[in-house]
Design a protein around this ligand. Structure first.
Ligand SMILES: Nc1nc2c(ncn2[C@@H]2O[C@H](COP(=O)(O)OP(=O)(O)O)[C@@H](O)[C@H]2O)c(=O)[nH]1
Ligand SMILES: Nc1ncnc2c1ncn2[C@@H]1O[C@H](COP(=O)(O)OP(=O)(O)O)[C@@H](O)[C@H]1O
Length: 400
């Protein structure tokens, strides 16, 4: 803290300002937040590969603070602009990028960030990628060991490989014979996983059957980045944590037709020792009880006949009439652009050169209905092109 950064505040003062207390210097952007903090967002000069670093200059103490940065940060770009959205977050717009990767929220004072500041006892900021429209909700599948969660999920992946993606959890348990690292789980040392949990890399985690299991923020982001809907196979404690998080999901609990049948399946699978089977069966009793907790699961499915259960799963996911692929309109946000704000909308002006290349040079980013946020994504952004009207206000919306 207070250590000399790669640049000094005075350097930033003489640079470009866009009317929002924003000054740019190469890859860096500085933005005044509240009365005594300046956030500097962008590449650091001493790194060969630029990254989206964040430093905070506290004007009242004249000190630099390097915060703990949580969430998946944006890939660096050669230019970006930033604007304060509210008392909680800064919107960072990456230039020379398509609109599905342009909008990032740097949370500086949201409930999540405040909670993490208390937990870690340090300054904290958190990145959350902005999603245009309503991203399809991830699907959380829970149920006792041996009930058939993995079997149902595999069937879903096989039938709809381009629609669904599996969230690969981390675990401290040893791989089974047929399991591959990075495919079924990321197999990890307990000490490493505990450190990553401490560093805020996990969306949720739980101790299950004597091992640690957890969903990293990255595991869910990787699936979303491929444009797929994420499926999480996690225990009831994990489902509870996700319910309490900013990740809005659909929660499905899978039940066995009877306890005897559950035991039969677990034994027939032949992957556990007798001791492990006993432990899983004991835990199953509690899990089956918790599965009924009011408000936790949206749907309960009994996996009696596999095909019947699978059909019911597809039905509740709206997959029986064929998957509807709504085409997404993606715009290019050029490197050179200016931003201005009208109420809950950001007007992005891309200049005359862009207008020569396409029909418009004006875009509106409407954040009236945003929801979610770090450690997951911020959904509900609306983004559209507009025809500028003669008097310079926002004109007609161009249908996408
Ligand atoms: N909370 C949480 N639970 C997980 C995660 N990954 C797997 N689990 C749960 O851990 C339990 C044990 O999983 P596993 O060892 O693969 O055994 P199986 O359920 O018998 O196939 C299951 O209830 C899983 O749903 C995770 O990332 N977080
Ligand atoms: N409906 C079903 N009827 C009979 N056996 C099933 C059914 N569903 C799954 N199984 C079998 O039960 C065992 C446990 O299923 P699995 O998918 O590994 O459970 P989980 O992932 O919930 O631990 C596997 O051998 C699987 O083939």
């Amino acid at each position: 803290m207070g250590e000399a950064p790669a640049f000094v505040v005075d350097d930033l003062k003489g640079n470009f300002t866009n009317g929002f207390h924003l000054k740019s210097k190469g890859y860096e952007t500085s933005i005044d937040f509240g009365c005594n903090k300046t956030y500097v967002i962008g590449a650091t000069e001493n790194e060969s590969k630029p990254t989206f670093g964040v430093r905070i200059f506290n004007k009242s103490t004249d000190e630099w603070v390097i915060p703990n940065v949580l969430g998946t940060k944006p890939e660096p770009s050669i230019g970006h602009s930033a604007i304060i959205l509210d008392e909680e977050r800064i919107l960072v717009i990456k230039g020379n990028t398509s609109s599905d990767d342009s909008f990032w929220f740097l949370e500086v004072n949201t409930a999540f960030v405040r909670e993490q500041k208390t937990r870690l006892g340090t300054e904290v900021v958190a990145w959350s990628k902005g999603v245009i429209g309503e991203a399809e909700k991830p699907i959380v599948i829970s149920g006792p060991s041996g009930v058939g969660k993995g079997t149902l999920i595999s069937k879903l992946m096989e039938e709809f490989p381009s629609t669904f993606g599996f969230s690969v959890s981390h675990t401290t348990r040893a791989p089974r014979n047929n399991e591959q690292n990075g495919v079924h789980y990321h197999y990890t040392e307990r000490s490493v996983m505990e450190k990553d949990i401490e560093d805020g890399k996990f969306l949720e985690f739980a101790a299950v059957h004597g091992n640690l299991y957890g969903t990293s923020v990255e595991a869910v982001d990787v699936v979303a980045d491929k444009g797929k809907r994420c499926v999480l196979d996690i225990d009831v404690q994990g489902a509870r944590s996700v319910r309490a998080s900013s990740l809005e999901a659909i929660f499905i609990f899978i039940c066995p037709p009877s306890f005897e049948e559950l035991e039969k399946r677990l034994r027939a699978r032949g992957t556990e020792t007798e001791e492990q089977i006993q432990k899983r069966l004991r835990n199953a009793k509690a899990e089956l009880e918790q599965g009924k907790s009011p408000g936790l699961f949206d749907h309960i499915l009994v996996n009696d006949n596999l095909e019947t259960c699978y059909e019911k799963l597809k039905k509740l996911l709206g997959l029986t009439d064929g998957v509807k692929n709504t085409p997404k309109t993606v715009f290019h946000v050029p490197l050179e652009h200016t931003v201005s704000r009208i109420d809950q909308k950001i007007l992005i002006n891309c200049g005359v050169e862009e207008q020569e290349k396409s029909a418009t040079n004006m875009f509106v980013l409407d954040f009236t209905s945003i929801k979610g946020g770090a450690p997951a994504r911020t959904r509900g952004l609306r983004f559209y092109a507009v025809e500028p009207s003669i008097n310079g206000t926002i004109g007609t919306q161009i249908p996408s």
